[in-house]
Design a binder for this molecule. Structure first.
Ligand code: SAJ
Length: 428
């Protein structure tokens, strides 16, 4: 089996850049490729364009020791990893344009013995059709789709499954599934990742590995939908959902997730659609879960409406805009959607938004009549305070500051979790 000395990673985003850094830190010579010139220039200066703990120091180190450099186009390497975005179209269909563009960019430099690994979250069948595209572009080489185990070029799928905020740890520690278009392709991919992997490796087919990745995020989406549905049931029955979940989770085989204002980010709210698109009749639970989670921001706005006094000019403070706690990522955030819908509803006299990890409103909210202030100022001026993200930061707000406000705590941070922490002794 070939010993990998050089790797070319196409796409230097949230997954590609940390992957470059980890391979380079294990002594491989890595070329990071991106179509964005400013990303390429930044990486070559040893800088990063994404926020991820410890990534800046590692990139600085591997660029200065010569193990990582960046370019706009792939160059001949032993292995190629494709880590480009696979977004969703307006009508919830997978858009694999970037995967095929990446494949086309590596086709000219491929040679006998090379390995191509797709890492991007992809609909089932993408690795096989990408391989067929490579075969069309390079008729001088043979590929597993037609030559099986005798192919010149090996092709596999190996999904990333790292949590933003813990990427460098999870890249190394998490188990990894590798789906080969041939057995040799899977084994070679396993060998490549074993240069840094501490978790276990599981070899399977490309199609199974593609569905494994989609299933992981669809599973989480369905489970969050259950928590959100339970929250609606509890509101209807006037029972505290946080208490119900905490006590139900005392059962040894129950682990209900946390309700909230919706599911954000670029993965969990998108990936189930890749399954739904491929097998709509067979995936009705997943489709229903998507509907339940997508309806949450409007449900929060309805709750705000129910506590506002229509006879008074009232101010609503919305705390937290990120898509989950303790990060600065505001893209696809349900909290931003709540603020946007609240503005659209025109039911508040004034809206003040607060996000401790950024210094301005996100583009979707700019130009609207929404103030951006620190949390304490927002609370001070508000009649209704809506907690949208359970940032650690908000733990430290003095309960006194909230005492004469109407509270909508979509994360249970103040109305349940905090009081339980101080009562923990009583439980044991
Ligand atoms: N959320 C809830 N309730 C919960 C848990 C999460 O409402 O109990 C919400 C969050 O607030 C957030 C959204 O769900 O808006 C997603 O957050 P997350 O922390 O569950 O996941 P992501 O999107 O940051 O990362 C997921 C991870 N997948 C799984 O946990 C199965 C990660 O491991 C994947 O690598 C990543 O998607 C990806 O790139 O696919």
């Amino acid at each position: 089996m070939r010993d990998f000395k050089t790797v070319c990673v196409v796409g230097m985003g949230y997954i590609g850049l940390p992957t470059c850094a980890i391979f380079a830190s294990r002594g491989l010579k890595v070329l990071g490729v991106d179509v964005n010139q400013s990303v390429v220039e930044k990486v070559n200066r040893g800088e990063v364009h994404i926020v991820e703990p410890d990534l800046d120091g590692l990139i600085q180190k591997v660029v200065s020791n010569g193990n990582l450099r960046a370019a706009l186009k792939p160059e001949s390497s032993d292995a190629y990893i494709i880590a480009v975005p696979t977004p969703m179209t307006e009508d919830h269909r997978p858009d694999t344009t970037y995967v095929y563009a990446a494949a086309r960019s590596i086709a000219p430099v491929l040679k006998k013995g090379d390995l191509v690994v797709l890492e991007s979250t992809s609909p089932v069948g993408t690795t096989r059709s990408m391989c067929k595209e490579l075969a069309t572009l390079r008729p001088d080489l043979s590929f597993p789709t037609s030559a099986g185990e005798d192919a010149d070029v090996l092709v596999a799928y190996s999904p990333e499954r790292v949590l933003p905020g813990k990427v460098l740890t999870e890249l190394v520690q998490n188990d990894r599934s590798v789906g080969g278009l041939s057995k040799r392709s899977a084994e070679a991919t396993g060998l490549l990742y074993s240069s840094f992997l501490a978790g276990e490796l599981f070899l399977t087919s490309a199609e199974a590995a593609e569905l494994v990745k989609l299933s992981e995020n669809a599973f989480r989406d369905v489970n969050i939908a259950f928590a959100n549905e339970l929250a609606s049931v509890c509101t209807h029955l006037k029972i505290n959902v946080w208490e119900v979940i905490e006590l139900a989770n005392r059962h040894p085989r129950v682990n209900i997730l946390q309700p909230g204002p919706g599911v954000g980010g670029h993965c969990i709210a998108v990936d189930p659609y890749f399954i739904i698109d491929a097998a709509p009749k067979q995936s009705q639970l997943m489709a229903r879960a998507r509907k339940i989670n997508s309806a949450r921001p409007q449900a929060v706005v309805d709750e705000i409406k129910s506590v506002l006094d229509p006879k008074k000019k009232q101010t609503v403070a919305c705390l937290g805009l990120a898509f989950k706690p303790n990060i600065d990522d505001l893209r696809e955030s349900p909290a931003v959607e709540v603020v946007r819908l609240l503005h659209e509803a025109g039911i508040a006299h004034k809206i003040i938004a607060s996000e401790p990890h950024t210094d301005a409103l996100p583009p979707q909210l700019q130009g609207l009549d929404i103030e951006f202030r620190d949390a304490l100022t927002a609370i001070d001026r508000a009649d209704v305070v809506v907690l949208l993200v359970d940032h650690r930061h908000f733990n430290f707000i003095d309960p006194e500051a909230l005492s004469n406000k109407k509270l909508i705590d979509t994360r249970g941070l103040w109305t349940w979790k905090k009081s339980r922490k101080s009562d923990a002794r009583l439980v044991v």
